[in-house]
Design a protein around this ligand. Sequence first.
Ligand SMILES: [Zn+2]
Length: 361
Amino acid sequence: MKIKPTMAVLALTVLLCGCSDRTAGGSSTAQSVSSAQTASQGAEQSSSEKSGAPTVIAPNFQSTSETSETSAPVTSEGMSASSGGNMEVTEEYALSEDLYVDGILTIKDGGTVVVGNGKTLYVSGAVEMSDNGKLIIEDGGKLVMDADSAEINGGSVTVNTDFDSLSCEMGTVNSRIIPPERKVTDGVTTVGGIVIANKAIKLPPEFGSHLSLDEVEPEVNAALDEMNSMSEHQYINVSGYRSYYDQQAIFQNYCDIYGYDEADTFSSQAGHSEHQTGLTMDLDAFEESYADTPEGQWLAENCWRFGFIIRYPKGKDDITGYTYEPWHVRYLGKSTAKLVYDSGLTLEEFLNVEGGKTVID
Ligand SMILES: [Zn+2]
C-alpha cells in the first residue's frame, strides 16, 4: 500500500497499557513513542507505561510531511477530518473524538485503533490493515461506513458490544470479524444482540409468547414489505412464529408417524426451532427446488439488502444442523445481514457458536 504524505489527527490518543492483546507490537514501540512525544501538544504523558496504567499521549501517525503539528480540520459536522490525507497507525490508539477517514487509514502489524467511549469512526475511504492490524469497537463506540465505495480490508475488526455498533449498509468489510462473547440472559443466548436458536442452543418456553402463530416481529414484517416493494416477485410468509408448545406438538406428531430418529432429521424439538425467535419466516415453499426458481434465486442473491440471510445454506448441515432450506430466511437487520452475507459464513460460524445436528437440551 502506497502511503502518501500523512497528517496527524489530534483526535487520537495512544494507550500504552500492559494488556497483552493491546500492547503495541515489537520494535516500533520506542521509535513510535518518541515520535509521539514530538507530536505531543500538551497531552498528558506518564512514565508509568510498565505499570499497566494507561498512558495518554498525543497521536502518532507516521508522517512524511511537516503538517503533523497542525490541528486537524473540522468538518461541518464537527468531526475531525483527515482532509483527504492518509494516516498510518503502528501502535494502539483510542479515539478521543469522532474521526472521519476519507483517505486511507493504514493499520500496520502491531497497530490497533480502538473506537470506544461513545466515539464514532466514519469511513468513507478505506481502512487497510496488515495481517495483525486491529480495529476494535467497544464501549459505545461506533464504526460507520458512509460511502458505497468505503472498504475495510485485512487484519481484523473486533466487535465488543452489539453488532449495531458496526454500521455497514454502505461500504464493505472484508476483514475477519471477531464477535463479542455470548450472553445468556434468562435462558436466551445472544451474541452481539443476535438471538441464537439451533440444535445445540435452545430458547426458554416463554420466549416470543407475545406473538401469535405465524406472526413475526414488526421489523421483520417491515423488511418483508420493503423487499416485496423492490422485487418483481412477491414473497409470502407461509410460516413465521411458532411457540415452544406449538413446536412440541408438531415434533410429537412427526414422532408418532415417523419415529423419533426420523422426525429428528427434519423437525425441530421444542425450544430449538428458530421460528420461536419471531425473526424467521418460511417464504413461499418448502421444496429444495425453490432454489432454482426465479423467486428463489432472487431471494438468495438479494435478501441481505433487506436484512435477511438464507439461514440454512447448501452443504452446511453439519454446522447449522439443517439441510438446505432456500425458503427459510432469518432477519438480522440490514447491516449485520450484509456482514454475514459478505463473510460467506453460516450464522454459527459468524457468531462463533456451536451448532450441529445433535440436539443438546
Ligand atoms: Zn423455517
